[in-house]
Each structure stands twice: as structure tokens, then as C-alpha cells.
Design a protein around this ligand. Structure first.
Ligand SMILES: [Zn+2]
Ligand SMILES: [Zn+2]
Length: 151
């Protein structure tokens, strides 16, 4: 279960890793970069690893050069957040997700997701509805691709 503290820790970690795309870091260096304790980083990395958001590999840490288990985000930043959100909403034949799950699922910052959602809504690609999120099951404001509504 992801607590709100963990969610904000995840946010801090992904913000740090986003700033260094394609580079891998060991846990202590991620902790230093995200300004969190090592224990909180370990807790927060678990759900991130599950969602395969992170590259997890054995290699040299970019910061301390130690050869160990390292993590990072891939450098494929060419795909816009807008496209990635639409792709996420199209999974499993179309599903509706809350903003929190979208943000977490794509490992983007809340700010980036908010702006992308605003653009997608303006171009009528997605629309807003209220109901149970397909991922966290909570009653939330949901986003869905327009052609997945009303089925
Ligand atoms: Zn390191
Ligand atoms: Zn959700």
C-alpha cells in the first residue's frame, strides 16, 4: 500500500532522477540527491520498481562511482508527456485513471502531468468523469480517452 508520505518521497526521487535521464545511481546517492533518508528511499523505490518505471541494473553509480545495484530513468524523453498519458489511458482497451495514478505511473512530476492534462482536455482527446479509478480503486476525478467513455 502506498502511503501519502511514500507518494511524496517517490515524487522527490523521480524529480531527482528526471534531472539526470539515462544516468544510474546507487540508493545512498539517490537519498542524497532527493534529500531523503536511505530508509525512506528504499521504501519508495519498491513500488517504483514494481511498476517498471525505473531501470534497475548493476553498474557504476554516476555519482560515487561505486559498482553496485543502481537505478535510473531511461533517457527516452522524446515522447511528450501528452502522448504518454494517452498511451497509459489506452492500456487494457481503455481505462480511466486518476491524476495521482497517472503521475505515478509515468514517473512525471505533478506539474508536468497537470499541464499535459490541460492540453489534452483542450483538444478534446481526453475527458473528465467521476468514479472509481481503474488503478487505485478510489472514488476520484478520472481521466479517460474520449472514445472510451460511454461504452
Ligand atoms: Zn552512489
Ligand atoms: Zn488512482
Amino acid at each position: 500500500m502506498l502511503t501519502s508520505r511514500m507518494a511524496s518521497d517517490v515524487e522527490q526521487i523521480t524529480t531527482f532522477l528526471r534531472a539526470h535521464p539515462g544516468k544510474n545511481f546507487c540508493s545512498p546517492c539517490i537519498a542524497a540527491g532527493a534529500q531523503l533518508t536511505l530508509m525512506r528511499v528504499r521504501d519508495a523505490l519498491r513500488p517504483l520498481g514494481h511498476e517498471a518505471v525505473l531501470n534497475e541494473t548493476v553498474g557504476a553509480c554516476r555519482m560515487c562511482k561505486r559498482y553496485t545495484f543502481v537505478r535510473g530513468l531511461t533517457a527516452d524523453t522524446e515522447q511528450s508527456p501528452d502522448d504518454r498519458i494517452v498511451e497509459l489511458l489506452s492500456d487494457d482497451g481503455g481505462r480511466r485513471l486518476c491524476q495521482t495514478c497517472i503521475t505515478r505511473g509515468l514517473a512525471l512530476s505533478m506539474h508536468v502531468v497537470q499541464k499535459a492534462i490541460w492540453r489534452l482536455r483542450a483538444s478534446a482527446i481526453v475527458s473528465i468523469d467521476v468514479g472509481a479509478c481503474a488503478s487505485c480503486q478510489l472514488p476520484r476525478v478520472l481521466l479517460g480517452r474520449n472514445n472510451t467513455f460511454g461504452r
